[in-house]
Ligand binder design. Structure first.
Ligand SMILES: [Zn+2]
Length: 303
């Protein structure tokens, strides 16, 4: 299933899932269709699994500047795919699992290739969330609610994520933890084999506690990159939600290049990475332990 989902999302025919393009929409529909087949509860608009939002018009200057190097196509809306696995005894507490659907799309060619497939960034995270949805939906119903959310338009400024925060499918205050999955398709040589890292590891007690429950999770070995602040998790953290990113990005040279493609994915690593998170997440969704920020580690709210 991991190979099948990766094969679809990172195929050249998906044109690199450009932010707020028809290709991003197709990726969202692909995820929505899986959520529906699993019998999950819809978390999108009007009883669907899709949450659609208009982008600002015009887009911010720096976004227009960035997009001027990429495919010239209308970008008016973005799409999230959202599903809910309703909890039993603690249904008013939520564990949120996220990734982003979009990537850079079609852009400047490198070695004759102009499709930025984004196999690692972030077809791998999207595939992980879909795989976890399959496994968790098939298992015993958890005490806490689990929300699966795949965001559009992360690469141009987190617009899908902001739409989710503006129109959350469950109260934001109910979210006890958000794990974002970003670039887990290749191992990171900076950490031991079969290990993932968590951004902002020392900011909360979530990472250490998940590790205690079997997660092969260590601190982000690249603090100079400020990954904690560089993905969709950050806007949630600014709202006070414990929100951290799970990754094994080893700063490879294919980052944001057309060469971030399927042939570079280490599927054995990816399979083990996803499998290693199942029991820790099942534990988190079944316990009444709540993660907390360490003193003075919660980011300031966005102004
Ligand atoms: Zn990404």
């Amino acid at each position: 299933m991991v190979r099948a989902d990766m094969g679809f999302l990172a195929d050249d025919e998906m044109h690199g899932r450009g932010s707020a393009t028809r290709d991003e929409h197709i990726a969202a529909l692909f995820a929505a269709s899986q959520f529906q087949a699993l019998g999950l509860e819809p978390g999108g608009d009007n009883g669907t699994f899709i949450q659609k939002t208009a982008l600002p018009n015009p887009l911010p200057e720096r976004v227009q500047q960035h997009l001027s190097h990429f495919e010239n196509t209308p970008r008016k809306e973005t799409w999230n795919a959202i599903a809910i696995l309703r909890g039993t005894s603690e249904a008013n507490e939520t564990v949120l699992l996220t990734a982003h659907l979009d990537h850079l799309g079609i852009g400047p060619a490198a070695n004759g290739d102009n499709i930025y497939n984004g196999a690692d960034d972030d077809a791998s995270g999207t595939t992980a969330v879909l795989a976890l949805a399959h496994i968790l939906a098939a298992g015993k119903r958890p005490a806490r609610t689990i929300v699966f959310a795949l965001f559009g338009s992360e690469e141009i400024g987190g617009f899908g994520n902001r739409a989710f925060l503006a129109h959350p499918p469950v109260p934001l205050k109910s979210i006890i933890a958000n794990l974002e999955f970003e670039m887990i398709g290749r191992p990171d040589p900076a950490v031991p084999e079969d290990t993932l890292w968590l951004t902002g590891y020392k900011r909360t007690n979530l990472g250490p506690e998940l590790a205690r429950h079997g997660a092969h999770l260590v601190a982000d070995p690249h603090p100079a990159q400020h990954f904690f602040r560089r993905s969709d998790n950050y806007a949630l953290a600014q709202q006070g939600i414990i929100a951290q990113t799970v990754s094994s990005f080893g700063l490879h040279k294919d980052y944001h290049q057309p060469s971030d493609e399927l042939s570079k994915i280490d599927f054995n690593h990816m399979d083990r990475a996803i499998a290693s998170m199942v029991e820790p997440i099942q534990w988190l969704a079944g316990t009444n332990w709540k993660p907390a920020w360490e003193p003075r580690q919660q980011p300031a709210p966005e102004k």
